[in-house]
Design a binder for this molecule. Structure first.
Ligand SMILES: [Zn+2]
Length: 380
């Protein structure tokens, strides 16, 4: 079956003026049936470097509790001169500044191991993009005038992140590791999150998000892509242009596909296929259902999500997974999304047994003002 080769690839330019790309959507958008074109394995071997050439990783944050949730920022396109001139340091400062900016990541910083490591690179500058017809190869990517999911050598990027940081020694498996490929460029070069929650893919971490670290619209790469799709395993919540009146397709590659994965793998818990919180067959996020029953902070069901206008619901009008208008930039995680994130954080930190919905409500007291003014997440 095609399904087992499905690659969870969410494409969206979360912070760009155009909220999301609609032409490059791949699985699991139903009913396309997935695409298998993202499984290329060309040139996956990374030649081991002699010790003196091994770039040292930086510990951006060290977990002080739990097993440590590993997030590795791999730098690409940084030459030795860039490292010496401070550009690599500037990139790491951006990570320091933004990764822990949003709740609940902010309050649970002590559960994360965050590393940064540059991949050796001696090619031309990637600032300003690549001229048409040119090809620049790094260890991690093949850069041309257009940057697509196929531009990234995912196996090589995961392997490098795993082997050049303490993840390998401490965990012995890359499977729970998150990787962001931060490219030394002012170009967007990203806006998607690659993961494969449907199969065990040897050598892969949980998610891979590439982006230009000096890109003007940077927030969404951290919020929508890395935290939302990556850590939250959220679906997109936006409606594709022209699909406002289209009903979410039923069937094996549509609604049934989503329900199955909501049920079996607890994926996509930020969307629902019924407005009845007591319908336990179809409303598969019990925490969200409970929030509706309690009338919790504006949480309800708003029709339109996962690219379709009808027959599928999100929890709030605006949020980081809905996307952005021209002058709005909602980096707002709503209560349903925060709850999923916090639950995942506890599980990833090896503290799943300590988690409960009551714990979330207690934690969430600090976010009340935030829920009253979600568009204030626009502010720097
Ligand atoms: Zn998205």
């Amino acid at each position: 079956m095609k399904r087992i080769t499905l690659l969870g690839l969410f494409i969206c330019f979360a912070t760009a003026v155009i909220s999301c790309s609609k032409t490059e959507l791949a699985a699991p958008e139903p009913p396309a049936g997935g695409n298998g074109d993202d499984t290329q394995t060309e040139d996956t071997t990374t030649t081991p470097l002699p010790p003196e050439e091994k770039p040292a990783y930086t510990v951006i944050n060290q977990a002080t509790e739990g097993r440590g949730i590993d997030v590795v920022f791999v730098g690409d396109g940084f030459t030795q001169a860039d490292i010496e001139s401070g550009k690599w340091e500037a990139a790491q400062d951006t990570v320091r500044k933004y990764f822990f900016r949003w709740e609940p990541i902010k309050s649970y910083k002590h559960l994360f191991n965050v590393y940064a490591v540059p991949a050796p690179y001696d090619g031309p500058s990637l600032h300003g993009g690549v001229a048409k017809g040119d090809t620049i190869r790094s260890r991690m990517c093949t850069y041309t005038s257009s940057f697509t999911p196929q531009s990234v050598n995912k196996e090589a990027t995961f392997a490098y992140a795993y082997e050049q940081t303490p993840v390998k020694e401490q965990k012995g498996t890359p499977k729970d590791m998150f990787v962001a490929l931060i490219i030394n460029t002012d170009q967007g070069w990203g806006g998607w999150c690659t993961s494969d929650p449907f199969v065990d893919r040897p050598g892969w971490g949980r998610a891979l998000v590439p982006f230009g670290i000096f890109y003007r619209f940077l927030y969404g790469m951290f919020t929508h892509e890395l935290i939302g799709h990556g850590i939250g395993e959220f679906s997109d919540e936006y409606v594709q242009y022209g699909k406002d009146d289209e009903v979410f397709p039923d069937g094996e590659m549509g609604k049934q596909f989503y329900l199955k994965h909501q049920k079996e793998k607890k994926l996509y818990q930020n969307v629902t296929f019924t407005t009845d919180p007591n319908d336990t067959e179809q409303f598969l996020n019990p925490a969200w259902a409970e929030m509706i029953r309690r009338g919790y902070r504006g949480v309800g069901t708003v029709e339109g999500a996962v690219y379709y206008g009808k027959g599928v619901w999100r929890a709030t009008e605006h949020s980081v997974m809905v996307g952005n208008g021209l002058f709005e930039n909602y980096n707002y995680f709503n209560p349903v999304q925060r709850e999923i994130l916090l639950r995942h954080i506890y599980e990833l930190a090896g503290k799943g047994d300590e988690y409960s919905l009551d714990l979330f409500f207690e934690y969430d007291k600090r976010n009340e003002a935030y829920d009253q003014h979600p568009n204030e997440t626009n502010l720097p």
